[in-house]
Ligand binder design. Structure first.
Ligand code: SF4
Length: 236
């Protein structure tokens, strides 16, 4: 890590994010990730839900051995855990699995069973938001796979922005991509994808809160279906 990277303040990072957001709006995903790798070095990571490994693959081209952070909520489909293990085994990345402070059994004992049905915001806070905040502590920048076309709530996602909540640079290198762009990249590079994407799921989260999508629904419609919740709090 360079001295310049070590000495950056939150104000420095915010200015970097705002400038890069303007400069890189039309850049390719690989150019954006190359900028991130050169700017932040080991203080940059990719987060992945293991829906697919597209951003991890792009990031590994920009920075071989890049940290790929996965949140193991304890509620994942076995296909998701299998995708995480396959990414770890075959890609030039360093997979880091974050876990919540409580196991599912410990959470059930403290809050009662199926908290995800009764209070999904609290469940997401305990199993996703808190562990991610703790896991990102030593990074200055993190990359996500957010895309503008996934849902109306993501339509204004910047390619590089400022994560005020965590005081970090937040990078969404495929923000401008469509699903067709993702599919084309997967095919061209043989990228690993979660098998559930071939089984009617368009967006893959925790098993109790994810269903298949119907024709014509947006990709996020299968997440927390029937509940007044569209995001887990990681991106809000
Ligand atoms: Fe809990 Fe559902 Fe959120 Fe997963 S997605 S942390 S099961 S509420």
């Amino acid at each position: 890590m360079t001295t310049a990277q070590q000495e950056r303040t939150a104000e420095d990072l915010k200015k970097l994010a705002e400038q890069a957001g303007r400069d890189l709006e039309d850049a390719s995903a690989l150019e954006i990730l190359t900028w991130a790798a050169e700017t932040f070095g080991k203080r940059f990571c990719v987060t992945s839900s293991m829906e697919d490994a597209v951003v991890a693959h792009l990031a590994s081209r920009a920075m071989p051995g890049v940290d790929v952070v996965f949140l193991d909520t304890g509620y994942h489909f076995e296909e998701t855990i299998g995708t995480r293990d396959a990414v770890d085994a075959v890609m030039d990345v360093n997979v880091i699995t974050l876990t919540p402070r409580r196991t599912v059994a410990e959470q059930d004992a403290e809050y009662g069973p199926k908290l995800h049905d009764r209070n999904p915001d609290l469940c997401c806070k305990l199993r996703k938001v808190q562990p991610l905040e703790e896991g990102l502590k030593d990074y200055q920048a993190w990359a996500t796979g957010l895309r503008r076309d996934e849902s109306p709530t993501r339509a204004n996602t910047p390619v590089v922005g400022w994560d005020e909540k965590r005081q970090k640079v937040k990078i969404s290198p495929i923000a401008r991509w469509t699903q067709d762009d993702v599919d084309a990249y997967v095919t061209e590079h043989g990228v690993l994808t979660n098998p559930l994407l071939m089984d009617g799921y368009a967006s893959v989260g925790c098993a109790p809160c994810t269903r298949r999508v119907l024709q014509g629904e947006d990709a996020r419609a299968g997440r927390w279906a029937g509940r007044s919740k569209t995001e887990c709090g990681l991106h809000g």
